[in-house]
Design a protein around this ligand. Structure first.
Ligand code: LLP
Length: 464
């Protein structure tokens, strides 16, 4: 419920009491939240994959997105292992650049792109187009044409208009498109409303409940230009409760059985999408990929046996679960302001040199993050803090509630954990703030993979 037409942050409400007490050790790096390469050196400074953050800041400046390459690769391997025999597509929307596309290829994964822009990055990285899936609820004719021209392996169809468009394009170009139909399975995933995608009242896919899915499948089956590989479902994002995935798998296999009955074809592929949640703050307990892989495989095998159809090739599309924990954002503290809240509480507002332009998730989804003072260890008592950006609005919050040492001061470096997914990829130039650089770090070496935007970059677009 919104407390104000412009959103809850505009409401005249006093902040609630902090829901947790200060941690015993403010310098602790919770392993579930920080990348595997995160540690403190002898001086108490944060190091990432063997490099002290002061070195990163001196070389690359702030705000800076740092990706722990080995962390990403190991998570990709875990996924591939857990889903052995299935196709794992990294969902590039979480964060994509040429280097990451190459890591994905080297780890033997496929790649999901959902716009011509993401497709361009994949192609520029030399990614094998036959291992790409093209998503999107409103792909343009130009995007579809390019996908066909370069030989994208799978196109996931989201509407009847798109079916018609693709059919006509294939006829014109004399090619066959390999397609999946995106299905809305009617599962309500327990996540933020804006990122749950499989309930009925939203824009994606064809509904199982109202016959739209059957109609789309019949249309694709009867097309001379489309080869229907299978069906696809994605029920939402940042999901901890695996029941939603399981219900979705049940319903999708029932659909495959229905298709076998109606059309006498056994579809080859079942794509169950992405959505596995990650830990952002202490106490977050995401499901383990091994467990979810096992339970999904079991359900699909059992349901297929019951229905008397062959087990399809499974695919999944993790985004956040691969890149989210690998990313840390470094900011420099500019100002520190204790604010009396009028209820006996004081909140210390710590302003950093980025904000809503490089991490919109806190403002958009009320997302939780945690951070530490990264350049030193302090013995000062903890103060309840809010990390805010430099933008001209009070909703410009990076970390809503965090305990920081009471001597946090201008010039300190803050490291915000678990910012690899949907932060830099959703970045904007609000207030004409240039977007941060992205640095990949491995074995003590850092390498810029996306350079920092400059004011010249911004002014070049402004043609007067
Ligand atoms: N497959 C499809 C078809 C998707 O739409 C998505 C995400 C994924 C896979 C990957 O989901 P993941 O494993 O990353 O949860 N901006 C939001 C998340 C939007 C997700 C959009 N689709 C956020 O910052 O939380």
């Amino acid at each position: 419920m919104r407390a104000h037409p412009a959103g809850p942050r505009h409401a005249d409400v006093l902040p609630h009491d902090p829901i947790y007490a200060p941690p015993a050790d403010l310098a602790r790096l919770e392993p579930a939240i920080w990348p595997q390469g995160a540690a403190r050196n002898a001086d108490g400074e944060l190091t990432l994959a063997g490099t002290a953050i002061s070195q990163l800041v001196d070389t690359h400046s702030t705000p800076l997105v740092v990706l722990d390459e080995q962390d990403f690769r190991d998570r990709a391997r875990d996924y591939a292992q857990a889903f052995d025999g299935a196709d794992v597509f990294y969902a590039g929307k979480a964060f994509l650049c040429k280097a990451v596309a190459r890591w994905v290829a080297q780890e033997g994964l496929h790649l999901d792109v959902c716009t011509g822009g993401e497709l361009a990055v994949a192609l520029a990285a030399g990614f094998d187009p036959s291992r790409l899936a093209l998503h999107g609820n409103n792909k343009s004719v130009a995007e579809l044409r390019q996908a066909l021209e370069v030989g994208v392996g799978r196109i996931v169809i989201d509407s009847m208009n798109e079916l018609d468009r693709l059919d006509a394009l294939c006829a014109e170009m004399g090619v066959t498109a390999h397609v999946l139909i995106r299905i809305t399975v009617g599962v309500e995933a327990h996540t933020h409303e804006f990122i749950a995608t499989a309930h009925e009242d939203q824009k994606f896919g064809f509904s199982l409940a109202n016959g739209a899915a059957d109609a789309a499948i019949a249309r694709a089956v009867n097309s001379a230009h489309l080869h229907l590989l299978g069906v696809h479902s994605h029920i939402g994002s940042q999901i901890f409760d695996t029941a939603g995935f399981e219900v979705s798998a049940h319903r999708m296999v029932q659909l495959l059985a229905q298709v076998a009955k109606d059309h006498q074809i056994e579809l080859e592929e079942l794509d169950l999408g992405g959505g596995l949640g990650i830990a952002y703050v202490a106490g977050d307990k995401p499901a383990q990929v091994r467990d979810i892989a096992e339970s999904l495989r079991l359900i699909v095998r059992r349901e297929c046996e019951l229905a008397g159809i062959a087990v399809p090739r499974l695919s999944v599309e993790p985004g956040r679960a691969l890149i989210g924990p690998a990313g840390v954002t470094l900011y420099e503290v500019g100002t520190v302001k204790p604010v009396e809240l009028g209820n006996g509480m004081t909140r210390t507002y710590v302003s950093v040199d980025g904000g809503i332009s490089d991490n919109i998730r806190t403002a958009l989804y009320d997302a939780d993050y945690t951070c530490i003072v990264a350049n030193r260890v302090s013995q000062a008592p903890a103060v309840l803090s809010r990390v805010v950006g430099k933008h001209c609005e009070s909703g410009d919050v990076v970390v809503k509630d965090v305990w920081l040492p009471g001597d946090v001061r201008p010039g300190d470096v803050l490291a915000v954990a678990a910012t690899g997914a949907y932060c830099r990829s959703m970045a904007s130039n609000y207030n004409h703030v240039p977007r941060p650089a992205v640095v990949a770090i491995k074995d003590g070496h850092s390498q810029v993979v996306v350079r920092r935007e400059t004011l010249d970059d911004l002014l070049r677009l402004d043609v007067g």
